[in-house]
Design a protein around this ligand. Structure first.
Ligand SMILES: *Cc1c(COP(=O)(O)O)cnc(C)c1O
Length: 390
């Protein structure tokens, strides 16, 4: 056990301390280097200390860090514009985390129905094993016992259905339903990729029943899957979308994006955040968005993602205890038929950072700036660990 007498032990931590990062590499306090194939859980999509992000933050921090939302923040307007240019959305609300972005989305869905004089429609359908955050509303949206246990009474107004089953959503719709909230790919539950017709079927259900469709792109967005937003693989758009994690490359920031029509449900006083969209976070987000939107960037994510997935499939094919190897862009999950913790900690000891999800799945979220040589090195380490363990 590591001793941290003054920190509430709400995480189990590996006994390693990183002191410096550059690109895909992290160094610990012993001088040992690591290949970071987790990116701070999908936050460091541009790798560590990307020069454009560092320069933008450095300049902003010496000029103005925070002002609050009682005043105009031109940088916030610029980030909002850039975000709307990347997708269906026309307006954006800024906050500081994924949970807060989803909290905003949930409030916006309820308020939309209230404004339509349909206050009896407050229920939000979410999918089993999804993940939407740790606030009371978002942990209730998160249909996982391990996240909810001990926190009763939970807010009412959530209904759960199996993921990747549009028929179950259709059957769950009732007179109280306001919205459907899902991740386009479930990240925390181990990169669970639905069938291609799932999101279009949800769009169709939402349209037929006049519901709001909400996509949680906190993990799948910001280029992670080879499109700016994961739902852009599907050909349909949601009514509300949330982002956070990689949005400002590690400066805390979340966003709830929507159409101009849905946004009218929020008026001055409806919702707020002291820090949300402050100049410092916005400077980091603007730099991040410009890199992800630059020519050829997303195509390179797709190409490198395919390279990683092919490499993983090649390695795992000869191991019987690997049940499934899947991925989309630079998001990959390797499902074992036995606990994956040991695999992950041996990878760490050999200089490769990956995570264990749902007990038996190894997840990889390398930075999007990863090079093929880095992928080759990671595959070698991972392949050796599997060979030695199984
Ligand atoms: C990480 C995550 C969240 C929660 O984000 P926080 O910033 O930790 O509140 C919500 N939804 C998804 C899909 C996530 O991956």
């Amino acid at each position: 056990m590591i001793k941290m007498p003054h920190v509430i032990p709400s995480y189990s931590r590996f006994p390693v301390t990183f002191v410096r990062g550059e690109g895909v590499t992290l160094w610990d306090d012993q001088g040992k280097s690591y290949l970071d194939f987790l990116s701070g859980i999908g936050v460091n999509n541009l790798g560590h200390c990307h020069p454009k992000v560092v320069a933008a933050i450095r300049e902003q921090v010496g000029q103005l860090i925070h002002t609050c939302n009682l005043y105009r923040i031109p940088l916030q307007e610029e980030v909002a514009k850039a975000l709307t240019e990347s997708c269906f959305a026309e307006q954006v609300f800024f906050c500081n985390s994924g949970a807060e972005a989803n909290e905003a989305a949930i409030k916006l869905a309820r308020k939309t129905m209230h404004e339509r004089k349909q206050s009896h429609r407050y229920e939000i359908i979410t999918a089993n094993n999804g993940f939407h955050g740790r606030t009371l509303a978002t942990l209730t949206a998160t249909a996982q016992d391990k996240v909810q246990r001990g926190f009763a009474p939970l807010p009412s107004g959530f209904k759960y259905v199996p993921f990747n089953n549009a028929q179950a959503v259709e059957q769950a719709v009732g007179e109280h339903t306001a919205a459907i909230l899902v991740e386009p790919i479930q990240g925390e539950s181990g990169v669970v990729i639905p069938d291609p017709d799932y999101l279009p079927a949800l769009r169709d259900i939402a349209d037929r029943h006049d519901l709001l469709l909400i996509f949680d792109e906190v993990q799948t967005g910001m280029g992670r899957t080879g499109r700016f937003w994961c739902h852009q693989h599907s050909g349909i758009t949601p009514d509300i979308m949330t982002s956070a994690k990689a949005l400002a490359s590690g400066i805390p920031m979340g966003a709830c994006l929507t159409t101009a029509k849905v946004a009218t449900a929020f008026s001055p006083g409806s919702h707020g955040s002291t820090f949300g969209g402050n100049p410092l976070a916005c400077s980091a987000a603007l730099a991040t968005l410009s890199v992800i939107g630059s020519d050829g960037f997303l195509q390179s994510v797709t190409a490198k993602g395919e390279y990683l997935l092919q490499g993983l499939k090649h390695i795992t094919a000869k191991h019987k205890m690997v049940i499934d190897t899947r991925g989309c862009g630079l998001m990959a999950g390797i499902q074992l038929n036995s606990p994956a913790e040991e695999t992950v900690s041996i990878c760490l000891s050999r200089g490769l950072l990956v995570s264990c999800q749902m007990g038996t799945i190894v997840r990889m979220l390398p930075p999007l700036i990863v090079e093929r040589e880095d992928i080759d090195r990671a595959l070698t380490i991972f392949g050796d660990v599997l060979n030695d363990l199984f």
